[in-house]
Design a protein. Structure first.
Length: 505
């Protein structure tokens, strides 16, 4: 036995791994496996690595980049799938794995099915639309953090903020796991939004909802619909930092930004103060250098333009000469202009005479007299026309007044007749007519009518109303009479034949 073992061929590790690889691939080839996805990792080069498991075993799986376009399903932990592929080994880790060719969903667990249904419904409502998301403030003055006060998450956030850019932080302590945690998180988001801007507790400029990593059950509170709606309705920009980078919850889709970790959320919230100071200094130096270059360029342009300009005496030589010539001729031109105007005035004055003016005045008087005559005639005609119109309208008003008087009399007669009919009808239906026939109305002291003897108790005060007045009384003895029993109608029998008369047959 030992000799047989010593005679075995010596193999290297690579040869043994290759032999195992050929054996597994030849023995199984293509297989079809059903299981639940565990950890899923999307690699940067396009490959997808995952674990396929059931209650007792786990197998590694890989989807090469060439096969990923055929798989339309978003792979997530907890998804039950049916996989078709080739079974092979990975010598680098001494493990066997399945290379996926096709992948189909086999059914979802209770939590995953509920999560997918809720996600589709909220997506249809538009809660995850990119248009709803707000921009984060560049440098918030106050940051509100919604998380557990006892975990390491708040310490990581505060430490990271202190390193980058210290800001004022308001912590709203909540439960991040278990019963009631979803209600507390939603109430914290709504509470921060309800704070007044200038109140005793100021309103934050940015919110961070944070929690450490965990299983799907541990993070389920952040998939609750109340939390998702509160995050979508928040007027304050909100960063979701729930779980690790591979953990995805519904609040991540509703938040304005999703951070892979709480520390990354703090990095998104504020810039690095030192880098910001360096950027400001660089911008200041660049602005000063640009201003100096601009000033030098302007001075150079001014000097160049000054060199190109001609001498002032040369430019003003011709205008000065024209001014001198104009000054010499100005006095002569003024005298000539005055002479021309004097001749014109004398020519016009020669045409004006008293006889001409008198004729023009007479013509104007005649024209005005004609206009006055026409105005008087028109005024008289207008007065006559208005008088005739007033007379016609007066006759029309009188006729209408007579018609209105007749209509008013007819209307009053009809109303009086209707009132008399209503009065007669009221008297006919009034109970006082019954009292006038000898009946009385019995009431108790509260004014309620007493209709039966059973409603009266001994010693009970009563008010008896007659037709001509009321009388106060008191019941001494009450005796209710039995109501007469109505006998059922008897069936009429056929009249029997008279026994004193014999039968004819």
């Amino acid at each position: 036995m030992n000799e047989q073992r010593l005679n075995l061929p010596e193999l290297t590790v690579s040869e043994l791994s290759a032999a195992l690889k050929r054996t597994i691939e030849d023995a199984y080839g293509y297989v079809r496996v059903r299981g639940e996805l565990g950890k899923v990792s999307y690699h940067g080069n396009g490959h997808v690595y995952f674990d396929l498991k059931d209650q007792r075993a786990t197998i590694a799986g890989v989807i090469w980049r060439s096969a990923t376009p055929r798989i339309k399903l978003k792979l997530e932990a907890g998804l039950e799938v049916v996989i078709t592929g080739r079974l092979t080994t990975y010598p680098g880790r001494s493990q066997y794995q399945i290379v996926v060719e096709t992948l189909e969903p086999a059914g979802l667990g209770a939590l995953m099915a509920l999560l997918e249904e809720r996600k589709q419904r909220l997506t249809a409502e538009g809660l995850f639309d990119e248009a709803r998301k707000q921009l984060l403030p560049y440098l918030p003055a106050i940051i509100g953090v919604i998380t557990s006060p006892s975990g390491a998450v708040i310490r990581d956030i505060l430490h990271r903020l202190a390193d980058r850019f210290p800001r004022r932080v308001l912590v709203w302590p909540v439960k991040v796991q278990g019963d009631g945690s979803a209600v507390e998180v939603a109430a914290a988001i709504a509470g921060f939004n309800a704070l007044p801007v200038q109140g005793e507790v100021p309103r934050p400029d940015l919110l961070i909802v944070a929690r450490g990593g965990g299983s799907l059950e541990d993070l389920w509170s952040f998939n609750a619909e109340i939390v998702v709606r509160a995050a979508a309705e928040s007027l304050i920009p909100l960063i979701s930092a729930v779980g690790h980078e591979t953990d995805v919850t519904l609040i991540d889709f509703a938040a304005d930004r999703r951070a892979p970790t709480p520390t990354a959320a703090a990095e998104m919230a504020v810039p690095v103060r030192m880098e910001l100071a360096i950027d400001v200094q660089n911008l200041e130096r660049r602005a000063l250098a640009g201003w100096l270059r601009n000033q030098e360029a302007r001075w150079a342009a001014v000097r160049s333009a000054a060199r190109a300009l001609p001498d002032a005496d040369e430019v003003l030589a011709l205008p000065r000469q024209r001014l001198d010539h104009a000054t010499v001729g100005l006095a002569r031109a003024l005298r000539a202009n005055a002479h021309i105007h004097r001749v014109s005035f004398m020519r016009i004055g020669g045409r004006l005479s008293t006889h001409l003016l008198r004729m023009q005045v007479e013509r104007r008087r005649e024209r005005y007299a004609g206009v006055a005559h026409r105005l008087r005639a028109s005024a008289a005609a207008n007065v006559t026309a208005h008088r005739m119109r007033i007379a016609r309208e007066s006759e029309r008003v009188g006729a209408l007044a007579e018609r209105a008087a007749r209509a008013m009399d007819n209307l009053l007669d009809a109303r009086w007749a209707r009132c008399e009919r209503d009065a007669q009808l009221l008297a006919a239906f009034s109970y006082r007519g019954v009292l006038a026939r000898g009946f009385t109305l019995v009431r108790d002291r509260a004014g309620r009518p007493l209709r039966t003897a059973t409603a009266v108790a001994a010693g009970m005060p009563m008010d008896i109303e007659f037709s001509d007045g009321r009388v106060a009384a008191r019941a001494e003895k009450v005796q209710a009479s039995a109501a007469p029993r109505a006998e059922p109608p008897r069936r009429r029998r056929r009249r029997e034949s008279d026994p004193g008369q014999g039968s004819l047959f």
